[in-house]
Design a protein around this ligand. Structure first.
Ligand SMILES: [Zn+2]
Length: 213
């Protein structure tokens, strides 16, 4: 018996496809005037390192990898003197035409054994952001060859401050990634490893852009 050939619905080829180019905002936390005007905010510290320095390195590596892969990025700051109050960062990224937002931080604890990455998402945007958060988490675990452990994907309400201003970004998925604990020696190893940074961004941009590796 001949099966009738299924034909494609009419116009399936001619429907206009809306192409939206990916533009990723990379937000290295802390820095100049982050919390107080005119004051440099180094963030947490551990092992002789500052959080602001570590996350800036991650952002700069991200910019370099993006250039290699032909991905458009915007950095909310790219040095120690850029004035970046925390309340303005999401708006700056929106104005720059970004449709993804990733904020980079390091965790800290009084007990040096505490470790692991955490991905935070906005409490009102869980549906929009959870898949993106998983992508970010998996990109880092894979990049660190499983030396990074995950504390999971959490809502901003689980932070001490209950609300993360940068997650008010409105133009697309947004996460705040705590890369690991600056107070933990094992986490500091992968957080300061350039190869891990490069692999993370390669994984991240490939996933965001839907490019097959
Ligand atoms: Zn921080």
């Amino acid at each position: 018996m001949n099966k009738p050939r299924r034909s494609l619905p009419k116009n399936s080829e001619s429907k206009p496809r809306v192409f939206v180019a990916v533009k990723v905002a990379i937000d290295p936390g802390h820095g100049m005037s982050n919390a107080t005007k005119g004051k440099y905010d180094p963030g947490a510290s551990g092992g002789g390192l500052s959080e602001a320095d570590i996350v800036l390195q991650w952002a700069l590596t991200g910019k370099w990898v993006a250039q290699q892969m032909g991905i458009d990025v915007f950095l909310t700051r790219d040095d120690d003197s850029d004035v970046t109050p925390v309340s303005t960062r999401d708006n700056k990224a929106e104005l720059a035409g970004c449709n993804y937002f990733i904020s980079l931080h390091c965790d800290a604890a009084s007990t040096t054994s505490a470790r692991g990455l955490t991905v935070f998402i906005d409490k009102t945007q869980e549906d929009r952001d959870r898949k993106f958060a998983l992508t970010v988490q998996n990109a880092l675990i894979s990049a660190a060859s499983n030396k990074a452990t995950s504390r999971g994907i959490k809502l901003e309400t689980e932070t001490r401050v209950k609300n993360l201003a940068v997650l008010d970004f409105k133009k697309g998925p947004a996460v705040l990634l705590e890369l690991g604990f600056i107070t933990n020696a094992q986490d500091r190893i992968y957080m300061t490893d350039r190869n891990v940074r490069v692999r993370f961004w390669q994984n991240f941009f490939a996933a965001v852009d839907g490019v097959k590796k």
